[in-house]
Design a protein around this ligand. Structure first.
Ligand code: NAG
Ligand code: NAG
Ligand code: NAG
Ligand code: NAG
Ligand code: NAG
Length: 479
């Protein structure tokens, strides 16, 4: 099996410019029996991820994954960690150090960052999804993000030479920012706001044209309706297809869980504030995400600062959490280092969120509904993803890649700060560690990341073809 994976992984011998479509049933250079073998392995891995999904949600998820190799990649994190482990890609890196383990984002691709506002009302572009986070080697995030840059390039008809040039820029920006943080006492792991963004794409996204009040009103208009007296809002389950009514038994259980959440798990200034957290309405949130589509999720509308003003209501995003994809590829000790220090997986997600970002959200906490643990965060009125499927040329992707390098370096640095290491064995000198690992090898570091990301993007292309093949053969192979 090892042999097969290496073969398919290392198909790349030379750079290719432009993407060639793989024919179904045949991946060049590999005997058909081995191709089928990989298809079966992939099916088993994806089926295992999907096992708890309702059939209709699973079909929706496959549908979204089938659009492009990149959408497939977003929905198949499990294959990435399997391949990285099998190939020993991380431990064979020239820049591997077993101690270089901050909290990692764990599913680090370009669309797991986006725009939102923090609890100081600053509009930012930063990591925005922590479901898959764990304490592990930094290279998992670096390679996965780099691969997504190649996939976005290919989606925009940017050839592989230029795509890998973008990856090199990303790698150098990541490494240079860590070096700044290690060596310049004045350097801080800043959040990327309008002032700090370098690329026009992110700068444009961060231009706050409308202001907070208008943004919140717009968000509430999208998800809620006012009652006749215009003093109270409800979720618009009649017209918004992404929302569904919860029955009263479920509603009561969630209201009980709410009290536990804000009294015991919220750590911000809002802790215990029963007025602020007064529940106005609850709905099931449907159709969200790619990898997590179909995962149990609720939206809870709460009163917010003023109990009489329906325009300052807040929406809490409440999501079921389980073990992340990386989990089964870690040693018992690595698993325990996190497990022994968190209450449950929802708490893990919240701690990762607080570690990888700073001052991001006063609403972070978790709640137990029906014996299962759900993470809680606020749905930011500024929530928006960058648009990466059109108008992206080499120049735009270059600039964007540099911003991503800085963003990831800052997040990894925050996530290894003092105070975390006592809890998790994370070295707080992470920026120094990577600076030492890459000393005098800035170009080589960029080369290695470019090599791995191009090889893996080509692998993803093949796996995408196999995935389409599986779908044609019957969705019961994947759901
Ligand atoms: C790029 O992605 C979009 C949407 O994900 C898709 O519709 C389009 O066909 C893709 N283009 C290429 C060249 O892959
Ligand atoms: C309420 O909804 C839950 C979750 O969907 C379901 O398990 C339960 O059977 C429902 N109860 C009633 C009385 O409809
Ligand atoms: C939920 O969290 C509690 C502790 O907060 C834990 O005891 C329990 O095992 C968790 N449940 C699941 C299903 O993980
Ligand atoms: C990257 O691949 C090229 C071509 O296969 C090879 O010459 C080079 O040594 C590789 N670089 C690294 C850092 O692995
Ligand atoms: C826009 C741009 O810089 N394109 C480059 C892509 O790569 C080729 C080959 O290296 C260059 O010649 C182009 O200038």
């Amino acid at each position: 099996m090892r042999h097969l994976l290496c073969l398919s992984f290392l198909l790349v011998c030379a750079f290719r410019d432009g993407s060639s479509k793989q024919e179904l049933y045949s991946v060049q250079g590999i005997p058909q029996s081995e191709v089928l073998n990989r298809q079966i392995l992939n099916e088993a891995a994806l089926q295992s991820v999907n096992k708890d999904l309702r059939q209709d949600d699973c079909v929706k998820k496959l549908d979204i994954m089938s659009v492009t190799p990149f959408t497939f990649y977003r929905g198949s994190n499990a294959l990435y960690f399997r391949d990285m482990a099998k190939q020993e890609t991380i431990s064979k890196s020239a820049f591997y150090d077993p101690r270089a383990t901050p909290w990692i984002q764990g599913d680090m691709h370009v669309l797991n960052a986006g725009r939102f506002d923090n609890d100081e009302k600053t509009v930012l572009f930063d990591l925005n999804d922590f479901d898959e986070a764990f304490v592990a080697n930094y290279l998992y995030d670096v390679y996965r993000l780099a691969t997504s840059i190649v996939l976005v390039a290919r989606n925009n008809s940017i050839g592989d030479i230029n795509a890998t040039a973008c990856v090199r820029s990303f790698a150098k920006a990541y490494r240079d920012q860590l070096k700044n943080l290690a060596e310049d006492p004045g350097a801080k792991p800043f959040a990327v706001d309008y002032k700090h963004a370098q690329s026009d794409l992110i700068k444009n996204l961060l231009e706050d044209k409308d202001g907070h009040e208008a943004m919140r009103k717009n968000m509430l208009k999208k998800w809620t309706v006012m009652d006749r007296e215009k003093d109270r809002r409800f979720f618009d389950t009649d017209h918004n297809g992404d929302l569904e009514v919860v029955n009263s038994t479920e509603g009561q259980e969630i209201e009980r869980a709410m009290v536990q959440y804000y009294t015991n798990t919220v750590t911000s200034r809002l802790r215990g504030n029963s007025k602020y957290f007064r529940v106005e309405d609850i709905a099931l949130r449907k159709n969200a995400g790619t990898g997590s589509l179909g995962t149990s999720r609720y939206y809870i509308l709460i009163a917010g600062e003023s109990s009489s003003d329906p325009n300052d209501d807040r929406i809490l995003d409440v999501k079921l959490q389980g073990k992340p994809a990386i989990y089964k590829f870690l040693t018992k000790e690595q698993q325990a280092a996190v497990d022994d220090n968190v209450d449950n997986d929802a708490d893990r997600v919240i701690r990762a969120h607080k570690s990888l970002l700073s001052r991001s959200d006063d609403h972070l906490g978790y709640m137990n509904i029906g014996g299962q643990n759900f993470s809680v965060r606020e749905r930011s009125p500024y929530k928006k993803a960058p648009k990466l499927t059109s108008n992206i040329d080499e120049e735009v992707l270059q600039a964007l890649s540099k911003d991503y390098g800085v963003i990831l370096a800052n997040a990894h640095t925050r996530a290894s700060k003092k105070g975390n290491e006592a809890l998790l064995g994370v070295p707080h000198a992470f920026p120094q560690m990577v600076t030492d690992l890459t000393k005098g090898q800035r170009g080589k570091f960029a080369d290695e990341i470019a090599n791995v990301s191009l090889s893996y993007a080509i692998q993803v292309d093949h796996d995408y073809a196999l995935f389409l093949n599986s779908m044609y053969m019957g969705i019961n192979r994947l759901c």
